[in-house]
Design a protein around this ligand. Sequence first.
Ligand code: COA
Length: 508
Amino acid sequence: MHDQHHDRIRLPALRERITTATEAAALIQDGMTIGMSGFTKSGDAKEVPLAMAERARQSPFRITLMTGASLGNDVDKLLTEAGVLARRLPFQADPVLRAAINRGEVMYVDQHLSETVEMLRTRQLGPIDVAIIEAIAITETGAIIPSTSIGNSASFAILADKVIVEINLNQSLELEGLHDIFIPKHRPQREPMPLMTPHDRVGTTAIHIPPEKIAAIVITERNDSSSTILPPDADTDAIAAHLVNFFNEEVRLGRLTNSLLPLQAGIGTIANAVMTGFIDSPFEHLTMYSEVLQDSTFDLFDAGKLDFASGSSITLSADKGKQVFGELARYKERLVLRPQEVSNHPEIIRRLGIIAINTALEADIYGNVNSTHTLGTHVMNGIGGSGDFARNAYLAVFATKSLAKEGKISSIVPMVSHVDHNEHDVDILVTEVGLADLRGLAPRERATVIIDNCVAEPYRHMLREYVAEAAKRGGHTPHVLEKALSWHTRYRDTGTMLLPRVTLAATI
Ligand code: COA
């Protein structure tokens, strides 16, 4: 076995460290903090975590697990079911883990994705005992070449005492050269990140660590999980059309050029569908400075609309993945993958003037946005990078369908039941009904614009009544406090936010 994989493990001495996942997993002990590769189901470690789950079923142990973002291959599910996860950060999107978090069994720290390694580097978090990193290869000098994501992998490997590398033979060697790994200096020696355009390369193509830190190498042929985003529908088409009209107007007013500014698009079905909508737009030579590159990025390349995309991971549906990774050479010159602290860095987002398009679960009449908690208490996924981008963007756009759960939930409510993005960080709110431009508006003005443009009947009428009652109480941001969350409690108690005897079809 040690004589194989010369193209993948190019430092001969390291071939001695090839071992089984079970043996590698033995390095992980109760109470440790583990930093693992993986960002929105791509480039995640796949063998060692499964061996950890297997061992924990016989002999229980618990760890703190940090990753880039969410994982594929049911890793979070299996680790949760085996009771391995005591703490989890900075992001997850797994239904089984989500349920365990909401039962209070796993302590979940939902962080801005740019911040985790800053906190590790300054010892506000950590230390990292073991890093487990998926790679396509290890270079002649022992540097680790990541696969389909970088996420936090570089800093995990640099900061950890020991590193386990999973060499994935199914990840194309064509990925070599795609990465750009820049590690900021410790303060007070910190310098500006020298990144002036989305396509600037400012770092190295591999993670440089002393090779003696590589304690074990495990070979895998397991694929990344595919994304499960749904195709665009009438509502997402309408959201995209409203945004295209809005950007057209910004171009007409001379505020933007026809290539807009670098685009960031959030995760999930809605953000992907909105980006796909740019295919039928008049805009050209677009660029992306984003976090996750989804199917829409490659659809925009193929449509000749997009010149360049910078991200931290590539997460594709099964069909798109087959096509893109089958002909990666065709896209490679127009792509770069960066550590998430660089892809999401406030300094760069502000400098480049990013147009950030993220998804809300709900928004309120004043423009506060909840992206993470259903009905105020139960976490869905996490804030991810949406806060990194929204706070620092040139334009922060939040999109949502105006209705959820067959209309029993209005996504626009009097007061959000949890705040991720406050009114100061939200410029544009868009639903399939229309678009609210909140720039320069005071709270009372925002309420009118949001209700008139983004809300469908009968909720529009209900919100107008709420605002009228609130206005009588006065205030800069008027509320009827005892009713502010009554839509949520009504849904909890009756299964719908609609008032008794009011149906969705009713036009009042
Ligand atoms: N209340 C309760 N549930 C709601 C809701 C609301 N106001 N609005 C939507 N939902 C439910 C939907 O019904 C759906 O439920 P289901 O999975 O049971 O079908 C689920 O939330 C997802 O909604 P969907 O409309 O399919 O949206 P999406 O796939 O585009 O995901 C988020 C939306 C908000 C969950 C997702 O974008 C997210 O996790 N965002 C936070 C992180 C982020 O923005 N990262 C990007 C940084 S780069």
